[in-house]
Ligand binder design. Sequence first.
Ligand SMILES: NC(=O)c1ccc[n+]([C@@H]2O[C@H](COP(=O)([O-])OP(=O)(O)OC[C@H]3O[C@@H](n4cnc5c(N)ncnc54)[C@H](OP(=O)(O)O)[C@@H]3O)[C@@H](O)[C@H]2O)c1
Length: 466
Amino acid sequence: MPSIPTFKLNTGHSIPAIGMGCWMGQPGAGLDQEILSSLAEALRAGYRHIDTANMYQNEREVGQVIRESGIPREEIFLTTKLNPKMYHDVVGGFEGSLRDLGLDYVDLYLLHWPQGIRASDERPYGDKEGDIGPTFNQIWAEMEKLLETHKGKVRAIGVSNYMPRNLNKLLKTAKVVPAVNQIENHPYLPEEELVELCREHGIHVTAYSPLGQGNSPFFSDADIKAIAEAHKTTVASVVLSWLVKRGISAVPKSANKDRMRQNLSLVELSDAEVERILDISRNDPQRHTHLLPGIVKDGKIGGWTLDQLGWDVGFNLPELKLQPSSKDPAASSGKGVPQAIKDFLDRFYRVSDTPDVHGEYAEHFVDDASRLHFQIGPMDATTSREGIVAWRENGWKGVTRRKHVVNGVFISPEQQSVIMLDGTVEMDKEGKTVKFNWAGRMAFDDESVERGQPLIETYKVWLSPA
Ligand SMILES: NC(=O)c1ccc[n+]([C@@H]2O[C@H](COP(=O)([O-])OP(=O)(O)OC[C@H]3O[C@@H](n4cnc5c(N)ncnc54)[C@H](OP(=O)(O)O)[C@@H]3O)[C@@H](O)[C@H]2O)c1
C-alpha cells in the first residue's frame, strides 16, 4: 500500500494529499456502474480521500462503495458539496446528501461555487444584497450553523472556487474560517496569490482538475517533461508531486487501474524544480490559463461573469497541439500520424478559425471535382473549391469568433492517407456562444502527402450540439 502524506486542517483533522475525484465528466445514467467499479478499485489501490458533490449525481454510489469496502469509516476522508440549486436550503441540501450517501457523517462539506442558482428559473443569485437569493456571506452563516445543529455529522466546512476577492469578502463576516478552498490548480494555473492568502488564514487548498482534465497541453510541456525524465516518472506524477510539495492536496480522477496507481506515486522535487514549474506561467502568458472551457456558457459560469468570480486570467489556450489520448492506449490519438499531417492539421484549423480567408481555406483541398468530396454536417456535399468558398462565406455570416479543438487523431497503419478526427468547435454568433462536438473523416491525396504538402480529397464531418 503506498504511503500517502497528509495535511492538517484548521479543525485538527488530517486530509490525505491525494484523493480520488468522482466527477465522471457528466452526471447521470450509465456512469453509476463506472463509479462503482473505479472507486472500489481506487480504495483497493490505497486511496483514502474521496471527492464528490451533489451535482455529480453519484452520492448514492459513492456511499455504497465506502460502506461495502470493509475499510473502517474513520480511515476514509470524504468530501461532498452543496448543490448551488440548494443554497436557499442548506440543511435540506446537507441532509439529502447524507441520506443518499447512507453514511453517518461527511468529513468535509463545501459550498461548491460562490454563486447559487434559483432552481425555479435557473437564474443566478447575485453578489450583493437586494439581488436574487441570499448572498454567499448569508449562505456561509447557514453552513456554520450545521456544525452545531448537525454536530458529528459534518466534521469541517469549506468553500470551492473562491478567488481572493470573494474569499476576502466571505472572511469579513465568517465566524468559522473555511477549512478548505477547493480550486482549479495545475502548472498552467498555480494561483500563487490565492494560495498565499489561504495559507495566511489557515485555509488548506485542494487542487481540482490537477491534470487539466487529462488530455491537457502541459502533458507535452518541455519544462515539465524534462523534470519527469530526470525523475524517471510521468508528467502526471510530477504535477501531483509539485502540488503536494506546495502544501496543496489534489483530487485527480481516474477510472483506469494503472493511472490511478500512478497518481499515488509521488516523487520528491527540489525547490528549484518547484520554481521552474511556477516560472512557466509567470513568464509565458500562453501557458497561464484556466483549462476547463467546457464550463463556460455565453461567457459566464453558472450565470456569473469571470469578473464576478474574480478570475484574473481566462482561457489563453495554447495553439492546437495533438495530444496522445489517455483513454485508450491501444488506439492512441496522434500515434503513427506523420509529422507532415500533424503540421497540416495545425495550419488547417488555424485557417479554419480565421474569418475572411475563404480562398486560402479552399486551397487545402485538391482542385479536382472527380476526387473532391466536402461535406460538413447536414449540407449537400460539394466537389469544387468554389463550392467550399461559397459554403464558408455563408457559414461565417454573423460569426465573430470560432475555435476548433482537436481532441483526437487516429490513423490506421494500413491506410496512412486516411485519418479520423474527434473534436469540438465553439463559436460566437449574434451574441450567443454555441458549441458542437464533431467527428470527421479526412482522406488525403497520397502523392501530396509524399511531397510533404498534403491536400485533402475527402472531408466529411458529423456534428452534434454539445
Ligand atoms: N470544485 C469544483 O468545482 C470542481 C470542478 C472540477 C472538478 N472537481 C473535482 O476534481 C476532480 C478531478 O478533476 P477532473 O476530473 O476535472 O480532471 P483531472 O483529474 O485533472 O483529469 C481527469 C482526466 O485525466 C485522465 N488521467 C488521470 N490520470 C492520468 C494520468 N496519470 N495520465 C494521463 N491522464 C490521466 C483521466 O482519464 P482516465 O480516467 O481514463 O484515467 C481523466 O480523463 C473531479 O473528478 C472532481 O472530483 C471539482
